[in-house]
Design a protein around this ligand. Structure first.
Ligand SMILES: Cc1cc2nc3c(=O)[nH]c(=O)nc-3n(C[C@H](O)[C@H](O)[C@H](O)COP(=O)(O)O)c2cc1C
Length: 174
């Protein structure tokens, strides 16, 4: 089951016109809620826009580098991901905030895959533009933009090289 989802998932460069319903998007975030995080801080924040919410959608699109804009503009929904930098309890820096945000996105991605929704994450965006356009307060860092949508029927998962386990798992020292 999990293996099937992992096998099915990939980051597409094209999406179909079918729009994701709002309830379905919230279903994905309901899965993200259960991701683990350091001290259960849950430092993830998301700004979401579907295509029908033109102004916000275009603002998220506007933060992207041109190469990403080109294909991401087909996506039904765009999400700006943001990490809360410090712990709520004591204001100390949370060195794992972005790590935890990434885990919640992984949860969201697998749930999306189960629902036939494909997710393409992007680091190619302007943090400064995101801060400005969305009034992101101090203490929060925009981390990525995510494009989501149902995939084009003829889009195929490309073969991509993966490292061998021996390249990243070591039994003694590094
Ligand atoms: C944090 C992160 C940033 C990424 N940034 C971009 C990006 O800016 N543009 C892009 O086309 N793909 C981006 N990708 C997608 C990766 O290129 C893709 O996940 C990788 O090539 C593996 O392919 P797959 O997801 O189809 O398995 C990003 C992925 C991640 C996780």
């Amino acid at each position: 089951m999990l293996n099937e989802l992992i096998e099915k998932r990939y980051s597409p460069y094209s999406f179909s016109d079918r729009q994701i319903e709002k309830g379905t998007i919230y279903n994905l975030f309901d899965t993200a809620r259960f991701s683990p995080s350091a001290y259960n801080e849950q430092p993830w924040r998301f700004i979401i826009a579907s295509k029908s919410n033109e102004e916000i959608y275009n603002n998220i699109l506007e933060t992207l580098v041109d190469a990403n804009k080109e294909w991401a503009k087909q996506a039904s929904s765009l999400i700006l991901t943001i990490a809360q930098n410090n712990f709520s309890k004591n204001g100390k820096k949370n060195y794992h905030a972005e790590y935890d945000l990434g885990q919640s996105v992984a949860y969201l991605t697998l749930k999306a895959t189960e629902l036939d929704i494909f997710v393409h994450q992007m680091s190619g965006f302007s943090r400064d533009k995101a801060i400005e356009l969305f009034n992101i307060p101090e203490g929060y860092t925009p981390v990525s933009v995510i494009a989501l949508g149902y995939k084009n029927i003829d889009d195929q998962k490309p073969e991509k090289g993966r490292k061998e386990i021996s390249e990243f798992v070591f039994e003694n020292s590094f």
